[in-house]
Design a protein around this ligand. Sequence first.
Ligand code: ZN
Length: 115
Amino acid sequence: MKCENCSDIFFPPRAICPKCRRKSIGRIKPYRLSGKGRVYSYTTVHEPMPDFTLMRPYIMAIVEMEEGVRVTAQIVDCKPEDVKIGMKVEAIFRRMGAEGKSGLIRYGYKFRPSA
Ligand SMILES: [Zn+2]
């Protein structure tokens, strides 16, 4: 998301700019992130949440995007021992799991190593 008042780029989406707050009302526009970033920090999770039982251990990382925003997401297509701070990654959309009985499928960002 991008604030047209102060040009700040932020994520996840919210209605008010974290920088200029009230002045930004009505001036928040969707902004397409490049999807490219680097691993800022990461942790290997051995005790998965119920949704993740088929993938353990899994890697949770804070990724710093090229635009400067940091997002928390899972790293996939990579072994825990191969993840490094500063490693280049790219965002992908992955199915995160089904929402209870409604069958609503949730999607979310994940990252995988990029060349
Ligand atoms: Zn702003």
